[in-house]
Design a protein around this ligand. Structure first.
Ligand code: PSU
Ligand code: MN
Length: 308
């Protein structure tokens, strides 16, 4: 079912996503960098499968987005998901290199930014992930600011996350989002969450308590002609969180290790996540999976509310 949009853009929908599009059913986009660069095998495959199952249980259709051998896939079959979870050489692609992966027939896992581009192309309005990229600590020296922030400003997709990873400079991340006009809405909590922890120590810019209210907010933005994305920050469930003070100790150590190993550019986030996995004896991964599942559920509820 490969459909060339242009001679050079092969786009392939999974059968399930194609059917959902045809009947106007709710769809939730999912990223693939979290599978290839964010978690080790087999936890990554368990996560990818359980997230898809949760979205279906909520009455929506999951659409994992990834470039495989130069084809932009919107929705995967289970065998493709399984192969991806064990793939060694996948690129990590963002806005800068999504087209490169397609043009060069490569396999590329999409970050939040690239997944938003794919979702918008496919007419998918909601996307669930773990945490977005943001302004890294020390960005005043390194200039390391994730392309995810710029994409949120540009592309009209609702991104459900568990806040910004505490490996980032969260106050600066929120400042950039405000400057770029991205609404940051916490779900059912007055404080902005920090991925593994429910509380970043910062007040949330906006708060809403129901999927219907989020869908309504988005409808008003569209009526006003306000383009661009919106960020929904959904705190990790209490039972799964690692308290901030505890996480902070591991994060400081992981950042020290990254400096010692001279990690830079797009390798930074995967390096820190892997380091934290080892420093916490796998606990950070358990929390990561729980929060992505929690986000998938909310994203599906929002997608359903948007078509109601
Ligand atoms: N959230 C996770 N694990 C991840 C990421 C997010 O729980 O691996 C990935 C996302 O794909 C996000 C990327 O877009 O990290 C940010 O990378 P960078 O800081 O290089 O922009
Ligand atoms: Mn970066």
């Amino acid at each position: 079912m490969t459909r060339p949009l242009t001679p050079s853009l092969p786009l392939q929908y999974s059968a399930e996503v194609a059917a959902a599009k045809a009947r106007g059913a709710p769809i939730v986009a999912l990223e693939s960098t979290i599978i290839t660069h964010g978690m080790p095998y087999p936890g990554n495959l368990d996560m990818a499968r359980s997230v898809e199952r949760i979205i279906r249980e909520e009455g929506a259709v999951p659409a994992t987005i990834v470039v495989i051998d130069g084809v932009l896939h919107i929705g995967l079959e289970d065998a493709q998901l399984e192969a991806l979870s064990q793939s060694e050489g996948a690129m990590k692609v963002s806005r800068a290199d999504l087209a490169f992966a397609i043009a060069e027939r490569r396999t590329g896992a999409t970050t939040v930014a690239a997944t938003m581009i794919g979702a918008a192309l496919a007419g998918i309005k909601v996307f669930a992930t773990g945490g977005i990229g943001g302004v890294h600590r020390g960005a005043e020296e390194t200039f390391d600011i994730s392309a995810d922030l710029e994409e949120l400003a540009r592309t009209g997709v609702i991104v459900v996350c568990a806040g910004a990873k505490a490996i980032l400079d969260i106050p600066k991340t929120l400042e950039v989002l405000e400057t770029r006009g991205v609404p940051v809405v916490t779900y059912d909590s007055p404080v902005f969450p920090a991925f593994w922890s429910r509380d970043s120590g910062l007040k949330s810019p906006l708060m809403l308590n129901s999927p219907a209210a989020i869908a309504n907010f988005q409808a008003v933005r569209e009526e006003l002609g306000i383009t661009g994305g919106m960020l929904i920050a959904n705190p990790v469930p209490e039972a799964d969180e690692i308290p901030r003070e505890e996480m902070e100790i591991y994060i400081a150590r992981a950042i020290d290790n990254a400096e010692r190993d001279e990690i830079a550019g797009k390798a930074v986030t995967p390096y820190l996540l892997d380091n934290l996995f080892h420093l916490t004896d796998g606990r950070s991964l358990k929390t990561n999976i729980a929060l992505v599942e929690n986000n998938a559920r909310l994203a599906a509820e929002i997608a359903v509310a948007l078509v109601d």
